[in-house]
Write a protein that binds this ligand. Structure first.
Ligand SMILES: *[C@@H]1O[C@H](CO)[C@@H](O)[C@H](O)[C@H]1NC(C)=O
Ligand SMILES: *[C@@H]1O[C@H](CO)[C@@H](O)[C@H](O)[C@H]1NC(C)=O
Ligand SMILES: *[C@@H]1O[C@H](CO)[C@@H](O)[C@H](O)[C@H]1NC(C)=O
Length: 347
């Protein structure tokens, strides 16, 4: 409702159409985008992969630069990244999830030896980290490292809300959902399905990418297929229903490295906000309506390859991570951006 009160920007709509390549006229709606604030941009070529908001409001960051879990405080002006904990054996980190029923103290993070848009086969682990606020910043202690031997990718990560010990990880290259017991250290494949693979896309090797669990459903994006979908699971992460596609890439162009859904998160009203390479964040409502919500070609600040979205603790704002511009010379670094969603008080 509030969005409709904003002055529609015709130019933005045109830019959106071009950003979405051959978007069908009118299919996305003609809303203006929401303003964004850039919290931080890496001065080097650090590719920011994922982020998660801590109870303190500090934001955890994973990058492809090192095995260092990092945080940033969006509540101060010109914040700088702070070291949280070094996850040994990793040169790049990917997914982050909070372990339920631990009052925001226990987190799982995936990482391994990073090689381009993949990891060295067999190098990946789930790291379990205890995080406490100490001297005004998050301080981490590595409490468990669980190797996952037979994969080259662990991407999005999600804890099962009704099961305090199981986390699920997206194997984007194998088209599988991997299951890890953070207590017993047992690992296996929860399920695989053609809907989790990249659909044979010759230019986008990644299939299932972002993961979130809400109710009895596992929600996920699939980069290569250009889908945002959900599947019913039980409390052990087993698939107990068919995959339901909720939205597809807005244009008719096939997914590619510069046109693909990446990771996402839900807001207070249950809308999904999905990062969409190369410049966009789209909203998909519970009924499946999709619109450009932030970023866009020509936006200021420009979102340079959005990789992930994380809702604030109150669900009224989103933080967006970007990879930066790795095709520019010299390559530019990832950003952390914040968008106030201006949600109505009653959803
Ligand atoms: C990772 O953290 C360690 C410990 O603070 C630091 O010595 C190292 O330089 C960091 N590596 C990178 C790439 O930032
Ligand atoms: C990266 O930089 C190139 C050259 O400046 C530009 O054309 C392209 O739009 C940029 N891409 C992103 C994702 O910022
Ligand atoms: C977000 O925007 C709404 C108005 O749309 C405003 O009332 C609210 O204070 C803003 N929140 C923050 C954290 O800036």
């Amino acid at each position: 409702m509030l969005l409709r009160l904003l002055v529609p920007s015709f130019a933005r709509v045109l830019l959106w159409a071009s950003a979405a390549q051959s978007a069908e006229c009118g299919s996305i709606g003609s809303r203006a985008t929401l303003p964004a604030t850039q919290i931080f941009k890496y001065p080097d070529d650090t590719f920011l992969e994922n982020l998660h908001v801590l109870p303190s409001g500090h934001v955890l960051l994973t990058t492809f630069k090192s095995g260092n879990l990092t945080s940033i405080n969006p509540g101060v002006t010109n914040p700088t990244p702070q070291h949280v904990v070094t996850l040994d054996g990793a040169t790049g980190l990917s997914g982050i999830t909070e372990i339920p029923s631990t009052a925001g103290t226990l987190y799982a993070v995936t990482g391994g030896i990073h090689t381009g848009f993949s990891f060295q086969y067999g190098s990946l682990s789930v790291y379990v980290v205890l995080i406490v606020q100490l001297n005004g910043k998050p301080c981490g202690l590595l409490v468990n490292k669980i190797p996952y031997p037979d994969t080259a990718m662990m991407n999005g990560l999600a804890a099962i809300p009704n099961n305090p010990t199981l986390v699920l990880s997206a194997d984007s290259l194998g088209g599988r959902v991997l299951r890890i017991n953070i207590l017993t250290r047992q690992v296996d494949v929860a399920f695989s399905d053609p809907a989790l693979g990249n659909g044979g896309n010759p230019t986008m090797p990644l299939g299932i990418n972002g993961l979130k669990i809400k109710g009895n459903y596992l929600y996920f994006t699939n980069s290569g297929r250009g889908t945002y979908a959900r599947v019913q699971i039980d409390n052990f992460g087993n698939k107990v229903g068919p995959v339901q596609v909720l939205a597809t890439l807005p244009g008719s162009a096939p997914a590619s490295m510069t046109y693909a859904y990446d990771d996402f998160d839900f807001d207070r009203c249950g809308n999904a906000h999905i990062s969409l390479h190369d410049y966009d964040v789209v909203r998909v409502t519970a009924s499946g309506a999709q619109s450009l919500i932030a970023g866009g070609l020509g936006a200021s600040p420009l979102f340079e390859s959005p990789t992930a979205v994380a809702a604030s603790r109150d669900g009224n704002s989103i933080f967006v991570a970007t990879g930066g511009n790795y095709t520019a010379t010299p390559p530019t670094g990832g950003q952390v951006l914040k968008v106030n969603l201006s949600l109505p008080s009653k959803c």
